[in-house]
Structure formats: structure tokens, C-alpha cells
Design a protein around this ligand. Structure first.
Ligand code: ARG
Length: 485
């Protein structure tokens, strides 16, 4: 007896048929029904089918099948006539899917069986020869690796584009002074260019993490078959090479049960997402009326339906928000994988949606961030004003006491603290104290001290390697272009 699924339609990409159950029975039986006398419960189809989402693997699946088919022919496992029929059929299926005329069927479970089923309709019985010496287990691992590899290449390009606009903005703002924060308390003056280049470094590391993932995943599982390898005289080097892998995987059990590459991909994406989220958070703070450090272009701002004055940084907030979703994808797949015995288990079909959703989200976040950074405008006057609040050159004063008067730094720190207290009490800046007042705290202070109390002097002096000085920013801009673009 069959249980009708009344909760939700399972029909993502499901064809309209008069009798879905009938269709289900026929199609399933066509592929693997030899051992079965009863059709699957319709709920079985609902829980089992992945075609609604894994159809995204169609190009990789056809690529894998093409390489496999050619290898079977070259090895004399398949005759040329059948091989040609299969290759032509696969080409036609590729066109049908690209043109949108392919009829994806839930009853055929997944992309592999949908393509094989259609191949049977086009070329007849010889379609059944394609699955010689392989299994869906090695097939799906191969498809998935190919898909993730392509996606890594797209993400790398996108991150490079983001670095490029950050570097341009850094160059333009090499000498733009802003408060640098620790604990979100104004700490020392920095240059906006230096601040932006900090993110260029982060995204550079993100790119290298994706590259590490790519290098490690680039071994081909195809030919591992269900789990134990095969007795056919296949040539795994040939298929690996044809698909752009560095080599075939070494252990068939590992090949069909490994999803490290998907986990590593999502870890890399999660770390990238958190960098994007931090930048998103800074943009949100910078664009608040209270900070007014920067302004996003209208293109990346929304208004409020009730408060006419509002310019909301929705895109930055969504970048911050989507990072939670990407981290969620990683956690979800780690949890799916953690208790699985070797080799393949159907749980592993749950690997696709977190990867697809995580990839789509990270792609949108990088693109939105690139758009925001490209046109963001820094409010130079306001940044300067904010830098001069909060005694941000106090460290420069302490350093002066060390350098010129030869005081130990701890002593200089204490004296500077007293001077800050004095200025704060009368609501003044350090440079607004008179020389006499300063000498009241430390008698040896001279007029020269006023030359180092300005924010410009402060940043200009920070020329240590990796420091914030405008001249450093300009050389780091050049350096970053060479390293990353
Ligand atoms: N759709 C399946 C997946 O994504 C393909 C592999 C199925 N293998 C199996 N033995 N049922 O994991």
C-alpha cells in the first residue's frame, strides 16, 4: 500500500503525469527494479529523490560519462559502435538540458539516473552499457568534485575582483586619516588605505585556502566503482587525465566515502564569509549618522518606507547575515558525515544542498561587497575630526618622552596619562595644553613636543614594515597588485 505524501509536493522538476505512481514504478523498475516485486512507496520517492537539486551537476555528469565511455572503448570493454551511440546520445542530452527541454523526473531519483534513463530513450539498450565498471557512488563523487573545482575557480576570480577594488580605494585613500580602533575605542591614527589593505590580506589568505582545497581535491574517484574497485581492465589514469585531475584516488573505499573536499570547501567559504561579515559590520558602523565616516552609493542603499531620512546599508547587513547561513552549511555537512561507516551511505546525498546554498551565498556576498567597496565614499573631514577626538596621539607623546628625554617607556606612559587627564578635565585636546601646563607634569618637556601631536605627523612617522604611513600604503598597494592581481 502506498502512503500519499500530503505535506508537500515532491515535484521539483517533476513532470506532469496522469499517474505519478505508475510512472514511478515503471521508471524505477527500469533502472534497478530487477530484484523488486513492488513499486516504491510514493513517500520513498519524496525522501529519496535528489533531482530537484542535483540537476545542477548535469554538465559534470555528462563530462564524467563521456570520459568513462571513451576509456571503456579504448580498453576494448565497449565496442566502438555502442561507444559512439552513447557519446552522441550524451551530447544530445546536454543540449536538451541546456535548452530547457529535458524532462527531469523525480521517479528517476537523481541526475545520474535521469541522464541514463534518457539515454535509453534515445539510443535503446546500449545505454545500459555505459554503467559498466562504475557505480553511482564513484560517479557522484567525481561529479561533485568537478562541480566544486569549477566553483572554486569562480570564487577565486570573484575574490580577486574584490581585492582589486579594495586596492584601488586604498591607493586613493593612502593618506586619508582615520581613527584606528581597539575595543572599538579610538586608539591611534591610521590611514584608511592601510585599513582597507588589511582586508586585501584576509581575502588573499582566503584565496590560498581555496587553492589548497582545490589541490587536495584534485584526485579522480572514477573507477572506484561501488566501493571495491572493479574486475574490468579499466584505465583510471586515462579518465583522471581527461577530467583534468592530477591522478586517480588511491583507495576505492576512501574514494566513494570521502567528502573532505566538500567540508574543506565550506570551511574556506565560512572563513571568507566571516571576513566579509566583519567588513560588512564596519561599513554599517561607518555609515551610521553617529560615525558618518563613509557613504555607500545609492545603488547599495535602501530607504525606509516610513522614515524619509533613512539610508539603510541593507546589502552590508545581508552580507553579515548570510555569513551565518554559510557557517550553517558547514556545520550541517560536518554533522551529516560524522557517524558514517565506510563506505558510501545515502546520508551523503545530503551533501549537495549545503554546498549549493553555501556557494550561491558566498558568491552573492562577494559580488555585493565588491559593488559596495567600488563606490564607497569616505568622509575625509569627518574622519579627520574623529581622529582628533579621543587623544589618539597619546602614544606619540609617550614615544617622544622616550626618544627625546630618554625616559623609560613605562614612566613616559604614566606622564602621558597625567597629561591626558589634565586635557580631559578641561575638555581640550593634548595640543591645546600650554607648554607651561605640560612642564607642570614633566619639567623637561620642550616646545618640540607640539610637532608630534598631530594625526598627520603620527601616521607619517609609522614607517615600520607593515605600518600605517601613507608611503607604506603606496608601496603595499604596488606590492598587493603584484601578489594578487
Ligand atoms: N544521488 C546519490 C547521491 O547523491 C547518488 C549516489 C547513489 N548511490 C547509491 N548507492 N544509492 O549520493
Amino acid at each position: 500500500m502506498s502512503t500519499k505524501n500530503t505535506l508537500q509536493s515532491s515535484a521539483q522538476g517533476d513532470p506532469a503525469t496522469d499517474d505519478p505512481e505508475q510512472e514511478s514504478q515503471n521508471d524505477s523498475n527500469k533502472i534497478w527494479g530487477g530484484r523488486f516485486s513492488q513499486a516504491p512507496d510514493s513517500l520513498m520517492e519524496t525522501i529519496n529523490a535528489s533531482i530537484g537539486f542535483d540537476q545542477r551537476l548535469f554538465a559534470q555528469d555528462i563530462l564524467g560519462s563521456t570520459a568513462h565511455c571513451k576509456m571503456l572503448v579504448d580498453q576494448g570493454i565497449l565496442d566502438t559502435k555502442a561507444g559512439d551511440q552513447i557519446l552522441n546520445g550524451l551530447e544530445r542530452i546536454q543540449k536538451e538540458i541546456e535548452q530547457g527541454s529535458f524532462n527531469f523526473k523525480n521517479s528517476l531519483e537523481d541526475i545520474h539516473l535521469n541522464i541514463e534513463g534518457r539515454l535509453g530513450e534515445i539510443i535503446g539498450e546500449n545505454a545500459g552499457r555505459l554503467h559498466t565498471a562504475r557505480s553511482r557512488n564513484d560517479q557522484v563523487a567525481t561529479d561533485f568534485k568537478l562541480w566544486i573545482r569549477d566553483t572554486i575557480d569562480k570564487i577565486d576570480d570573484a575574490l580577486k575582483g574584490l581585492q582589486s577594488v579594495l586596492i584601488d580605494q586604498a591607493e586613493e585613500n593612502a593618506a586619508t586619516i582615520m581613527p584606528g580602533f581597539t575595543h572599538l575605542q579610538a586608539a591611534q591614527p591610521v590611514t584608511a588605505g592601510h585599513h582597507l589593505l588589511a582586508y586585501v590580506e584576509m581575502f588573499g589568505r582566503d584565496r590560498s585556502r581555496f587553492q589548497d582545497t582545490r589541490a587536495r581535491l584534485n584526485e579522480c574517484p572514477l573507477g572506484s566503482a561501488a566501493l571495491a574497485g572493479t574486475s574490468y581492465p579499466i584505465d583510471r589514469d586515462q579518465t583522471a587525465k581527461a577530467l583534468g585531475f592530477d591522478r586517480p584516488t588511491a583507495n576505492s573505499l576512501d574514494s566513494v566515502s570521502d567528502r573532505d573536499f566538500a567540508l574543506e570547501f565550506l570551511s574556506s567559504a565560512a572563513i571568507t564569509a566571516l571576513h566579509l561579515s566583519r567588513l560588512g559590520e564596519e561599513i554599517i558602523v561607518w555609515c551610521s549618522a553617529q560615525f558618518s565616516f563613509a557613504k555607500l552609493s545609492d545603488a547599495f542603499t535602501t530607504g525606509s518606507s516610513i522614515m524619509p531620512q533613512k539610508r539603510n546599508p541593507d546589502a552590508a547587513e545581508l552580507v553579515r547575515g548570510k555569513s551565518g547561513r554559510i557557517v550553517g552549511s558547514l556545520i550541517s555537512l560536518i554533522t551529516v558525515m560524522k557517524g558514517l561507516p565506510l563506505a558510501y551511505s545515502k546520508d551523503m546525498q545530503e551533501d549537495k544542498e549545503p554546498i549549493f546554498d553555501g556557494s550561491e551565498s558566498i558568491g552573492i556576498c562577494i559580488a555585493a561587497m565588491t559593488g559596495m567597496i567600488k563606490d564607497i565614499e569616505f568622509n575625509i573631514d569627518r574622519l579627520r575630526e574623529a581622529t582628533e577626538e579621543g587623544f589618539t596621539t597619546a602614544t606619540d607623546l609617550a614615544d617622544w618622552l622616550v626618544r627625546v628625554l630618554g625616559l623609560p617607556f613605562r614612566k613616559a606612559h604614566h606622564i602621558t596619562g597625567e597629561l591626558v587627564k589634565l586635557a580631559e578635565k578641561s575638555n581640550r585636546k593634548l595640543e591645546q595644553l600650554s607648554l607651561e601646563e605640560m612642564q607642570g607634569v614633566e619639567a623637561r618637556i620642550t616646545d618640540d613636543v607640539f610637532s608630534i601631536l598631530g594625526a598627520v605627523e603620527s601616521v607619517t612617522s609609522r614607517t615600520s614594515y607593515g605600518g600605517t604611513a601613507p608611503q607604506n600604503v603606496l608601496s603595499q598597494v604596488k606590492n598587493a597588485r603584484e601578489r594578487f592581481l
